[in-house]
Design a protein around this ligand. Structure first.
Ligand SMILES: Cc1cc2nc3c(=O)[nH]c(=O)nc-3n(C[C@H](O)[C@H](O)[C@H](O)COP(=O)(O)OP(=O)(O)OC[C@H]3O[C@@H](n4cnc5c(N)ncnc54)[C@H](O)[C@@H]3O)c2cc1C
Length: 240
């Protein structure tokens, strides 16, 4: 694992209350799509040592020339400091680490299940797979309350148009609170929705990322439809 200093180059809103932060990428920083880094803010801007370090999946793909993270901007010590961090300022990163990387058995499809900000590792995998024209079948079940909250939704719709092997299945579970039109799925990720998604796919490998409650619920539903734990990989994003 490497430790290096990188500069913040830009930040932008990517969904309601959700921001992406773009950092310079050191030339010798290598990682696999789906991996994460620890972002360590200088002690002077984080109120105490305990809040200096947080883990984030990289949203950018390995072929891209920057490092990007995205997060829900909760009112925590770390996030307040990150939000105020000056463009051009230097932070430390440590990594890469994490096991949400694509399995090697290319004949087996991948089914990604993302709850809200849990989309981040899958953005990297899907961007890289589309760039490499990977023949592997991939399906993304992406659950959000409303389209307003769904980070990278437009980009995912474009990736699905460009990549015939990638199928996007977004679901919006609280459309009564939305101002946007939505013709797609509105149910929670259930046994029925999973069965429909798996239909016709041979021996898929499952990946789940998001708040711990969502990941635990997904594991349980997958077990109930007969998926073995060996075929489920997951990452829990604490703090939500
Ligand atoms: C591999 C990995 C990748 C991640 N990728 C992303 C990402 O792409 N985007 C994103 O927004 N978040 C990601 N997270 C989660 C992120 O690190 C933060 O925990 C999250 O953003 C909440 O931070 P906060 O400052 O809002 O809350 P905090 O104030 O840091 O946390 C709130 C509460 O969460 C609980 N908590 C925090 N950490 C742990 C822990 N390790 N174990 C048990 N309880 C804990 C504590 O009760 C804490 O009081 C990732 C986490 C991991 C491990």
């Amino acid at each position: 694992m490497n430790t290096c200093q990188v500069r913040l180059q830009a930040r932008e809103e990517v969904a309601g209350g959700t921001m992406a932060f773009h950092f310079q990428r050191p030339t010798d920083f290598a990682f696999k799509a789906g991996q994460a880094i620890d972002l360590i803010l200088p002690a002077a801007v984080a109120a105490d040592g305990a809040n200096q370090r947080h883990a984030f999946s990289l949203v950018n793909a390995p072929f891209e020339n920057e490092l990007v993270i995205a997060t829900r901007m909760r009112d925590s010590v770390f996030k307040r400091a990150l939000k105020m961090f000056p463009i051009g300022g230097q932070v430390e990163i440590e990594g890469p680490f994490g096991s949400l990387t694509l399995h090697n058995e290319r004949a087996r499809p991948a089914i990604f299940i993302a709850g809200g900000i849990g989309i981040t590792p899958f953005m990297s995998v899907l961007r890289q797979a589309t760039h490499d024209r990977l023949p592997q079948e991939m399906v993304l079940l992406y659950s959000n309350r409303r389209p307003e909250d769904a980070a990278f939704l437009l980009e995912l719709q474009n990736l699905a148009r460009q990549n015939a092997n990638f199928q996007l299945l977004p679901t919006m579970t609280e459309m009564d609170k939305s101002d946007r039109p939505w013709q797609g799925e509105t149910s929670h990720i259930s046994k029925e929705l999973l069965r429909k998604t798996m239909n016709g796919l041979q021996k898929p490998v499952f990946y789940a990322a998001g708040p711990p409650g969502l990941v635990a619920a997904m594991r349980e539903v997958l077990n109930r439809v007969g998926v073995n734990d060996d075929d489920i990989r997951s990452e829990e994003f604490y703090g939500y």
